[in-house]
Structure formats: structure tokens, C-alpha cells
Design a protein around this ligand. Structure first.
Ligand SMILES: [Zn+2]
Length: 133
């Protein structure tokens, strides 16, 4: 005996006990909802991560933040700033400038035995902040 199509309460026609069309739609919606939720959580996590930084990295591009954190970590585990291409400023030998990316620099205070990261500046801000170097 051939299977009979039936009409579901939703108005769709099909075989089986439940409407496959609606079921599929529900699954897609659920997936989209989960993806949205994940995105939202990631964003919240990212925003929360800034409170762990010893200097304020908010407002910087993501890749700059990630690179800056790697440098901060490296300095903390007593890596030499020269390994990151850092240089002493000519007009202030106690300040070390480390390139983060092509357009960003991190300024660190040399406190004798270790470096204290001060801030990350864009190239433009850096030039305004430290003229002549
Ligand atoms: Zn349906």
C-alpha cells in the first residue's frame, strides 16, 4: 500500500508523523541562535579580557592587542626587549620603544631590572608624543 501524504497542523503536506520542513527550519534557527550566542559570548570574553591587562589596550585593533599581549608576556618571562626589536629612546634612555606592528609601538619604562610597559601608541600618536625620535 503506498504511503499517503498528510497535511500537518502547520499547513505543509508530507509523510511521517511530523513536518520535516518545519523541523528543518527549527534546526536551522536553533543553529543560528547558537552561533549568535557563541559570537556574543566571545565578544563578552574579549571585552572582559582587557581587565587582565597591565596597561590599557582597549580601542586598539584586535591583532595589535594580541601582539602587545605576547610582548608583555615575553617581557614578564624576562625576555630581552631587543628580541622584540626594542630600542632606547635617544632623548630619554629610560624609555624603551618596542615595535608591536608596523604602525604601533609599545613604550616601556626601564626600572633597572625589568621593564614596565606604559602604553601602546599608534605611529601618529607616537610621533606627537615623542617628537624628535
Ligand atoms: Zn510544516
Amino acid at each position: 500500500m503506498p504511503k499517503r501524504k498528510r497535511t500537518f497542523p502547520c499547513g505543509h503536506k508530507g509523510y511521517g508523523r511530523t513536518c520535516h520542513r518545519c523541523e528543518q527550519e527549527r534546526m536551522i534557527q536553533e543553529q543560528e541562535h547558537q552561533e549568535l550566542e557563541e559570537k556574543r559570548n566571545k565578544k563578552l570574553e574579549w571585552e572582559a579580557s582587557f581587565s587582565q591587562d597591565i596597561i590599557d589596550l582597549r580601542g586598539l585593533p584586535d591583532y595589535v592587542v594580541i601582539k602587545a599581549r605576547a610582548i608583555i608576556d615575553g617581557l614578564r618571562t624576562s625576555k630581552n626587549y631587543r628580541e622584540f626589536g626594542g630600542k632606547r629612546l635617544r632623548h630619554n634612555r629610560f624609555v624603551i620603544s618596542i615595535p608591536v606592528t608596523r604602525n604601533y609601538r609599545m613604550l616601556c619604562q626601564d626600572s633597572g631590572n625589568f621593564l614596565v610597559p606604559q602604553k601602546v601608541l599608534s605611529h601618529e600618536d607616537y610621533n606627537v608624543c615623542k617628537p624628535g625620535d
